[in-house]
Design a protein around this ligand. Structure first.
Ligand SMILES: C[S@@+](CC[C@H](N)C(=O)[O-])C[C@H]1O[C@@H](n2cnc3c(N)ncnc32)[C@H](O)[C@@H]1O
Length: 336
């Protein structure tokens, strides 16, 4: 039996909710495969695994889920935790991964920026948290219609974690923008485009305006009730006279979003998209800075494209996962 999109979403949401409730401390380390129909049980089997995170996933047990998304059977949480491999829970956490021309730190990116000299960053390329738990576009919400006539749609479910606390655009930019010598590129909520354009202007940058990341695989939430949201906003500004490396480049960038199985961060951006921005908005050897680095996508793209990449991630659990990704992606690179 093939699952419809709605059923897949309901099954996945039920499993995500179970993972969140059963492993509040370890949910960032866990993932699950797509539901597979089990005719003998007339129910859906879902494999619980470790996040791939650059290494093969480890199977930790399976859930059996009914058609109505109720959990029929689930592994015992203590047994799952006992099977988590050592690499997923490092005993001595690192606080930085530093290599030739890149540095990824566990810490506060705004405080770090405050200590940097003015106009020392060639490209600010970042993606601050904007509170997806509180928006209608988040990816891990539980499908739930509010009105019987279907006129309203899904509500976000719960709080995703401290990393998702929205940050005031004025607060962080007042520290970081004085450090920018060239381009500033920031992802933001669609409703924040005007705010960031105004902020760039206030800090003496040319507010070049919004760009669009169009997703080829948008999450089809409420697809029967409203147009599916298939884009994210990126606002770009620059110090006057900063060169641009493109020619006739359109401001719509089309890329696939990393799937839940591929990503280690809930809002991880596609590496090829971030690499395109690195190429367009900075010069080789330039300093690319990301104060809200998440899974370190910016640091990796910068280093892979011959720039110096520096990033900060505040959440130790996210940092630990991202540090492994940096090891896997950049560990073998030698000095340019
Ligand atoms: C939207 S996510 C970035 C995702 C990233 N673009 C990626 O591809 O993985 C924002 C991240 O900023 C982190 N963060 C929030 N405040 C921070 C701060 N003051 N310093 C460093 N990181 C911070 C959050 O923990 C979260 O992981």
């Amino acid at each position: 039996m093939n699952a419809t999109t709605e059923r897949k979403l309901a099954l996945r949401a039920a499993v995500n909710e179970w993972i969140g409730g059963s492993f509040p401390e370890h949910r960032m380390l866990l993932s699950h495969d797509a539901p597979v129909y089990e005719p003998q049980a007339d129910a859906w089997s879902v494999k619980l695994t470790t996040k791939r995170n650059g290494v093969p996933a480890v199977h930790l047990g399976s859930l059996l889920v009914a058609h109505d998304a109720s959990i029929i059977e689930a592994p015992v949480p203590a047994n799952v935790l006992a099977r988590l491999p050592d690499h997923a829970t490092p005993e001595t956490p690192r606080d930085a991964v530093i290599g030739d021309w890149y540095a990824f730190h566990c810490g506060d990116g705004i405080e770090a920026a405050a200590a940097m000299p003015d106009r020392s960053i060639d490209l600010l390329l970042t993606d601050p948290p904007y509170g997806i738990s509180k928006r209608y576009t988040c990816e891990t919400q539980v499908p739930r219609r509010l009105r019987n006539d279907g006129s309203d749609f899904i509500m976000p479910k719960g709080h995703f974690g401290d990393w998702d606390e929205a940050i005031d655009p004025h607060a962080w930019t007042s520290v970081v923008l004085p450090k920018v010598a060239g381009w500033a590129v920031t992802f933001c909520a669609q409703a924040q485009i005007g705010t960031y354009c105004d902020i760039f202007t206030e800090h003496g940058l040319v507010a070049v305006g919004p760009m669009v990341w169009q997703k080829t695989n948008p999450v089809p939430f409420n697809h029967k009730y409203k147009p599916v949201n298939a884009w994210e906003a990126v606002v770009v500004g620059k110090r006057p006279s900063t060169p641009f490396n493109g020619e006739m480049v359109h401001n719509v960038f089309v890329h696939k979003s990393p799937s839940p199985q591929q990503r280690i961060h809930p809002t991880q951006k596609p590496l090829p998209l971030v690499a395109e921005f690195v190429d367009l908005f900075s010069e080789p050897n330039g300093l690319v800075f990301d104060p809200f680095a998440g899974s370190a996508t910016t640091v990796i793209a910068a280093r892979q494209h011959g720039r110096r990449g520096i990033g900060y991630e505040l959440d130790p659990m996210l940092f630990a996962l991202a540090a492994e990704r940096v090891d896997a992606e950049l560990g073998k690179m030698s000095l340019l």
